[in-house]
Design a protein around this ligand. Structure first.
Ligand SMILES: [Zn+2]
Length: 127
């Protein structure tokens, strides 16, 4: 591995500020929204079963609705050092530290495809 290709990364406040190669934004994960919905259960037919249901039966079904919000995991979006397209980390990338930025697994740009690089200590190293 050669350090002569090392390029510094730079953190920017929002994804709209991603203008130059090596700039990145950190988006912390968002917890899913959990809501509960109760739907009435229709009474059974038949006089006896109906009486039993009126006294002891379950009148409502409680359902939990989970709405997942992006991102489900802490995510770094970085502009590719080569083509300047934004690429996002996935579950397979562990963000070891933010300042300086270190990501455990090398990133591959989905646009140039051939470009795989590693980010360690705030520097981009071509793998
Ligand atoms: Zn690229």
């Amino acid at each position: 591995m050669s350090t002569s290709t090392a390029q510094e990364v730079k953190r920017v406040p929002t994804s709209e500020d991603l203008l130059h190669p090596g700039e990145f934004v950190f988006i912390p994960k968002r917890e899913p929204i959990r809501t509960f919905e109760s739907t009435p259960i229709a009474p059974p037919t038949g006089a006896f079963r109906r009486l039993w249901w009126d006294l002891f039966g379950k009148k409502y079904e409680i359902k939990q609705i989970v709405e997942l919000l992006w991102p489900e995991i802490d995510t770094v979006i970085m502009n590719c050092p080569e083509c300047n397209s934004p690429l996002a980390t996935t579950r397979s990338h562990t963000i070891v530290s933010l300042e300086p930025l270190t990501i455990e697994t090398p990133l591959t740009c989905p646009y140039c495809r051939t470009n795989t690089f590693k980010v360690a200590e705030g520097k981009i190293m071509t793998a």
